[in-house]
Structures are given as C-alpha cells and as structure tokens.
Design a protein around this ligand. Structure first.
Ligand SMILES: [Zn+2]
Length: 219
C-alpha cells in the first residue's frame, strides 16, 4: 500500500468515528444512501396539472424524500443536492420531450425570510446547475412583492390566499417567450399557479412546470 493511501484511510476512519455516516433518507448507519432508500427514490414519470399547464415530477414526496429535501435546503448536503438535481433533470427531459422545444428555465424564488433563514437560494442554484448541464438559458424574472407566510403551515385554501398577487415579473417578455417554471416540490400547486399567472401576465408562454418531488395525490 502506498503510504499516502494508508494516511487517507486512517483519516477516513477517524472521520467515521467522530462523524458517523448516516443514510440521508432514513438515518441507517454507515452509508450516505441505503439500498432501501435508493429503491424508493428511483426516478419515475409523474405528470399532474396546474390549471392548463402540465407539471412533470420524478420522485413521490414521502418521509425519505422529505429528509433529503431538508438535508439539501437546510444543511447544504451535497449528496442530497445531487439526488434532487438528477430528479429535476429527469422531469425536464420529460417536459422538453413532450413539448419538442428548448425553452428558458424560470426558477421560483424563495421568499426573503426563507433566504435569510437558509443562507442559500436552493432552487436558483439547482436550476443554474441543470441549465449548464442542458445548455438552456435561465431567467430570474420572478420576484416576491410582499411578505408571505410559510406555505407548509397552511391548508390548501389558505395557501392560495397567501400567495394571491404575491409575485410579479421583473421584466416583460423580450425576444423569446417560451419558459418552463422550476421548483423543488409541488404539493397543492398554489405556488406554481401564482408563478404561472405572473409569467402569463408578463407576456410569457409557460409550456410546463418541472419539480423534483411531487406530493400525491395533489390536493
Ligand atoms: Zn435509507
């Protein structure tokens, strides 16, 4: 064994003792993602609707997917980011295959409160990575007009009211108007609905929405 290799192994063993590895989906020891979670998180072709807009998603939201989303958004765990990125890219492939065109990607921005709390713009970052992989442009054109409550604490009716008129576009449609809306998760569809309304008001043609995760059935 090369001396450098043994040093690396001792170092890894030390890290394992101090920071034991846990599956990010279920907490099982000694691995980043266990076999059971790999199986449950396999990419599928989910298709739902938000008004007249088709929504493409790849992983059903449940306890494991929820832990992975939290690990990515709140703790910046790279493995969790990568899982969600591949799910989002899969959803995008389904959307572009169905539409036959290559549109710009529009990420849904986090509220200012969420940005302050997390210290990162998760959906924006993951959209940028996907756009680079796919060779598509990104348009950061949606902004929040006012303070909104945390959607996860509200029921479906309250979510719609919470977001009604909450977003606007920074600039109206220029040369190419076809866009795909990007978000991490769709639950009631209230956020996507408000984003689509906002973009259409600005003259954009929203051909689809893509998310990594979907809570089924959509309420
Ligand atoms: Zn697991």
């Amino acid at each position: 064994m090369h001396p450098d290799t043994s040093v690396v192994r001792i170092h890894e063993g030390f890290l394992e003792l101090v920071f034991p590895r846990r599956c990010i989906g279920c907490g099982a020891p000694r691995q980043d993602l266990c076999g059971s979670c790999v199986k449950e998180l396999q990419l599928q072709n989910f298709r739902s609707r938000c008004g007249s807009i088709p929504v493409f998603s790849s992983i059903q939201y449940g306890s494991k997917a929820s832990r992975i989303l939290l690990a990515a958004k709140e703790d910046g765990v790279k493995k969790a980011d990568d899982i969600l990125l591949s799910a989002l890219a899969h959803s995008l492939h389904c959307a572009t295959r169905a539409s036959g065109i290559r549109p710009a990607l529009v990420p849904i921005p986090h509220s200012k409160q969420a940005l302050r709390r997390r210290g990162r713009n998760f959906v924006g970052e993951i959209t940028d990575r996907m756009a680079t992989m796919e060779g598509l442009p990104v348009r950061n054109i949606i902004r929040h007009n006012r303070r909104v409550s945390d959607q996860s604490l509200l029921n479906a009716t309250s979510r719609l009211g919470n977001l009604s008129g909450a977003m606007s576009v920074i600039r109206h449609c220029g040369r190419s108007c076809e866009v795909i809306v990007v978000d991490d998760l769709v639950t009631t569809g209230a956020t996507l609905r408000e984003a689509v309304r906002t973009l259409e008001t600005g003259g954009f043609h929203v051909i689809a929405a893509v998310t990594a995760l979907v809570a089924l059935p959509l309420r």
